[in-house]
Design a protein around this ligand. Structure first.
Ligand SMILES: [Zn+2]
Length: 94
């Protein structure tokens, strides 16, 4: 076995062990924190080309922030993400 194959096997074994540990963990979640996902997205489409050979191209790309929250298990280190929210508090209305 080459050094590279050996490293790959070690890595896969460790990853497998971690997944197993995380699957069997009775998670103890830390506090949820705002952890937005930044995606590079195209904007402002324009038409380019000539005659029957036209297509659209974005004017440019920019980073778009998508609302997301994460929480990390204090025991196994698993990280979970969510984009969903629920109302947790009601206040009296007069
Ligand atoms: Zn856990």
């Amino acid at each position: 076995m080459t050094r590279e194959e050996q490293l790959k096997r070690e890595y896969e074994n460790k990853l497998h062990a971690l997944r197993k540990e995380q699957d069997n963990c009775r998670h103890e979640w830390g506090e949820a924190k705002y952890d937005p996902e930044i995606k590079r997205e195209p904007y402002g489409f324009k038409t380019v080309g000539q005659g029957s050979h036209v297509w659209t191209e974005p004017v440019g790309y920019h980073d778009v922030e998508h609302k997301r929250w994460s929480r990390t298990c204090k025991k196994c280190g698993k990280v979970e993400y969510t984009k969903e929210r629920v109302a947790t508090k009601y206040e009296p209305k007069f």
